[in-house]
Design a protein around this ligand. Structure first.
Ligand SMILES: [Zn+2]
Length: 384
């Protein structure tokens, strides 16, 4: 499809060249140089890349041909040919005598090329002056700056740039909430739970439904020894975003450690009614082991698996039975266990709901589509 588009553009370029030549024959030699005809040769010889290069060089940039140049630049960027896209856009800026607003738009395109090529410094330098422009140019420049700061992990700068964006962007408060979470994680990494909690208050002000805020709050309160507050934050996840509850299990065990065991058990049962997750069943089984014993726990897991079969649950069930069997039965169970383990060993446990990127660890910022908070645990037979 892209190749088809490329050919269409080249044909459009030829048509424009022909039209310019027809319109004013006296100007033809200036607008259509030898490279232009060389470009046609490349095209006829099935060498579209060299043809594009020749056209860039020889199709004069003017208000008449600007759209063709811009379309060619954005097509090349989409095809991943960033260097060529840069040369198209630089060529426009170097040669065109265009309206100021058009030139600024081309600068934005050039900054996007640099972003895609990973040249963050150059992208930042290109848009820095554009944030002083009015209207849409300023908004788009700020949005590119925001992406630069995200990639550089400059969270303070990202928060400041987001604060400057005046247009309504529905996802922006959620993104800013994650920037504050990133700062909170830095605080926690440096042993400063107070700083983390201050950042988390800001994070919650921007998005009260962000479960990551509650997870980090639970962690920070635990570090300060406030088990009550930690429990309060962590159990709120069930209301805000139930699918994130499995993420909080380790913290929950620590937060409920100083209270009666039944409290955690009751909370996990409440969670399981809302989220059919294997990790919750296994955590609950662990809590029940003291009262039910191994046989009772195995029955509890088996009952759950009948309704929601998962390979992880089955593996755990086999483990419970292996301990209570011997001889050939034990050997067979061991073989079965190695099969179930092999079935999930290479399977991802998280997937981005936006782009489908999957892996074994949770990324709050998807490395593929760069959306925030879109990666969730995989549920079903091979997952939770
Ligand atoms: Zn994604």
């Amino acid at each position: 499809m892209d190749n088809w588009l490329l050919y269409a553009l080249i044909v459009a370029a030829i048509a424009i060249g022909w039209w310019l030549g027809r319109r004013d024959r006296s100007k033809a030699p200036e607008t259509l140089g030898p490279n232009y005809y060389q470009g046609v040769n490349y095209l006829l010889n099935d060498q579209p890349d060299r043809a594009v290069a020749a056209f860039i060089e020889d199709l004069a940039v003017s208000p008449d041909t600007l759209e063709t140049h811009l379309a060619m630049g954005s097509l090349l960027r989409r095809r991943g040919e960033v260097e060529k896209a840069v040369s198209v856009h630089e060529n426009i800026l170097r040669h065109a005598v265009l309206e100021r607003s058009t030139m600024l738009s081309v600068q934005l395109e050039l900054a996007r090329d640099y972003m895609q090529a990973g040249l963050l410094d150059r992208a930042e330098a290109t848009v820095e002056s554009l944030v002083d422009e009015p209207g849409q140019i300023r908004t788009e420049a700020l949005s590119i700056l925001l992406e630069v700061y995200e990639r550089e992990k400059e969270w303070d700068k990202a928060i400041a740039a987001a604060g400057e964006i005046r247009s309504v962007e529905p996802n922006l408060p959620h993104r800013v909430s994650h920037y504050y979470c990133e700062l909170a994680e830095v605080g926690l990494g440096g042993g400063d739970a107070d700083l983390a909690l201050r950042c988390l208050r800001q994070a919650r002000d921007h998005d009260a439904t962000n479960a990551r805020v509650l997870l980090l709050e639970g962690r920070a309160e635990l570090e300060r020894g406030n088990h009550d507050k930690a429990r309060h934050a962590l159990t709120a996840i069930l209301e805000v975003d139930p699918r994130r509850v499995p993420e909080s299990l380790d913290l929950l065990r620590a937060a409920f450690a100083d209270g009666p065991a039944q409290e955690l058990e009751a909370y996990l049962e409440q969670c399981l009614e809302r989220v059919p997750a294997t990790s919750l069943v296994l955590a609950l089984a662990e809590q029940k082991r003291e009262t039910l014993g191994d046989v009772g726990v195995a029955k509890f897991i088996a009952d759950y698996l009948k309704r929601n079969p998962t390979i992880r649950g089955l593996t755990q069930l086999i483990d419970l039975h292996i301990d209570n069997t011997s001889g050939a039965a034990r050997e067979n169970l061991s073989i079965l266990r190695s099969f179930t383990e092999a079935l999930v060993v290479d399977k991802p446990t998280y997937r981005c709901g936006e782009c489908g990127f999957a892996g074994k660890s949770l990324h709050w910022h998807c490395p593929s589509c760069r959306q925030w908070g879109t990666t969730e645990p995989i549920f079903g037979l091979e997952g939770e």
